[in-house]
Structures are given as structure tokens and as C-alpha cells.
Design a protein around this ligand. Structure first.
Ligand SMILES: Nc1ncnc2c1ncn2[C@@H]1O[C@H](COP(=O)(O)OP(=O)(O)O)[C@@H](O)[C@H]1O
Ligand SMILES: [Mg+2]
Length: 251
């Protein structure tokens, strides 16, 4: 075992009276692909934003390679964040910039520098997600939804992160385009040895991209297990969720 890359212990996060996370404990092994499933509004995005230090939990501990995120200084957080690539829900591309500047945005921090080299890096990373150099000078709005996701993915991997977070990577895509994205996630994890956390309510995606699945409900991880057990979890909440039943313990 190569050891845990990320360890969350008893993490809690509220917004006013709205208790979103209420004692989340979860470990992600190095090189593992974990999916976190749960209904909309259960706090999946909040959870990864806590790991990135974008939200500050009221209690608990979040270790990344043994470094504590909770209560860390901005300088330390900036160092820890360099390990992460993030595919945000909705892609979050800058439509005022051509594709190549979007892909290299994390490398240049928005500064315009060494354009030939940056275009070469953009081209290389677009190729990794199956896009040709034909898209380099297009604006994101000129691309289909599936291609926009791939550009966002190219941007996330360009800085060669150790850990990738995917927030609803297949939402809004038809099943075939969604599967292309799933395949890309699998190949990135396998080829680059990246540790991946995918947040999704798409069961086909969870089963395809993840070695292990954890379900968030009521502010806690109520079940976790290998992906093969997702439809055989023995947990009535998981059963209801994966089968999409209106009837069951989840109201
Ligand atoms: N910046 C914020 N300020 C206040 N409440 C927030 C903020 N971000 C998220 N929330 C609340 O946290 C809860 C969980 O949101 P979210 O993590 O986006 O859900 P999910 O990703 O599982 O669909 C929601 O009730 C949402 O309103
Ligand atoms: Mg979300």
C-alpha cells in the first residue's frame, strides 16, 4: 500500500444555520480513483472546496500528504493547492480568451508570456484529451459542450497535478459524450498515476471511473466500498439512490 494521499477526519462545515458537512471522515489512497456520490445539494462541491482550502471547516482535519489544510496560512495553502488539478462543475472557461490561453491559464496565472511555448503546451495537453490543434484559436463558445469539457480537462492536467478533482464531469453531456470523458479520466489515472476524486450523481460514470465509491448523505459518509458493491451495498440509502427510487429512507 502506498499510503493515504488525502485524509479527512470529522470535517464539519456550515453556512449560517445550514449544516452541510457534519463529521465527514474519508481517506483517498495514492493512485486511487474515488467517486463521491450523493443527491444535489448534499455538499459534494463544498467537500472538495474544503480540501482545496477554498472553504474553511469549523472542525476536523484534512491532511494532504500529511500537511494540515484546516487552519493553514494562505502561503501554505497555495503550496498545497499546486498539487491539485480541478475540473469545475460547468467547466468555467474564460470565453474572452482563445482555447490555448484557457489551457495554459494555470501555468501563466493569466500573465501573457512566452506565447510560442505556451501554445505548444496547450497543443500537447489538448492532444492528451483527444482534441487537435484546430481548436487552439477558437473561443470556448464556438465549441460543443463535450469539447468544452475536454478543454477544461486539458487545463486541469496542464500543470501535471498529482491529484485531480472532477466536479460532475459528465453533467449536461449525452451518454456517449459522457463516456468519452469517463474514458479520459480512467486513462489519466492509469497512465499518469494520478490520484482522482470524482463527484457525481451519474451512476454509470461512478462505476466506470472509480475504484471505490463513497456516498455522502446527511453531512456524513454513510457508506463506502468497492465499485462492484455499489448495486449490492446492503445499505437502503445507497440502494434507493443508485436505483433512483422515489420510495425509501431518503425523503
Ligand atoms: N458559498 C456558499 N454560501 C452559502 N451556502 C453555500 C455556499 N456554497 C454551497 N452552499 C450550500 O451548501 C449546500 C451544498 O451545496 P453543494 O456542495 O454545492 O451541493 P452538491 O455539490 O452536492 O450539489 C447547499 O445547501 C448550498 O446552498
Ligand atoms: Mg456540486
Amino acid at each position: 500500500m502506498s499510503g493515504a494521499k488525502i485524509i479527512l477526519a470529522d470535517v464539519a462545515k456550515s453556512f449560517g444555520d445550514n449544516v452541510v458537512l457534519d463529521g465527514v471522515s474519508l481517506e483517498v489512497e495514492s493512485g486511487e480513483s474515488l467517486a463521491v456520490i450523493g443527491q444535489s445539494g448534499t455538499g459534494k462541491s463544498v467537500l472538495i472546496k474544503c480540501v482545496l482550502g477554498l472553504f474553511r471547516p469549523e472542525r476536523g482535519s484534512i491532511l494532504v500528504d500529511g500537511d494540515e489544510v484546516v487552519g493553514a496560512s494562505e502561503g501554505k495553502l497555495a503550496r498545497i493547492r499546486k498539487k491539485f488539478g480541478m475540473l469545475f462543475q460547468g467547466g468555467a472557461l474564460f470565453d474572452s480568451l482563445p482555447v490555448w490561453r484557457n489551457v495554459t491559464f494555470g501555468l501563466t496565472q493569466g500573465r501573457f508570456q512566452n506565447s510560442a511555448r505556451m501554445r505548444a503546451i496547450a497543443e500537447e495537453n489538448l492532444e492528451r484529451v483527444g482534441l487537435s490543434r484546430d481548436v487552439l484559436y477558437l473561443r470556448p463558445s464556438e465549441l460543443s459542450g463535450g469539447m468544452q469539457k475536454r478543454v477544461a480537462l486539458a487545463r486541469a492536467i496542464a500543470p501535471r497535478p498529482e491529484i485531480l478533482f472532477f466536479d460532475e464531469p459528465t453533467t449536461g453531456l449525452d451518454p456517449i459524450r459522457a463516456d468519452v470523458i469517463n474514458d479520459l479520466i480512467v486513462s489519466l489515472v492509469e497512465e499518469a498515476g494520478i490520484t482522482a476524486v470524482t463527484i457525481t450523481h451519474d451512476m454509470a460514470s461512478a462505476r466506470k471511473v472509480a475504484h471505490r465509491v463513497a456516498m455522502l448523505y446527511g453531512g456524513r459518509i454513510i457508506w463506502q466500498g468497492p465499485r462492484d458493491r455499489l448495486y449490492d451495498s446492503g445499505n437502503p440509502y445507497v440502494d434507493q439512490f443508485v436505483q433512483g427510487n422515489a420510495e425509501g429512507p431518503i425523503q
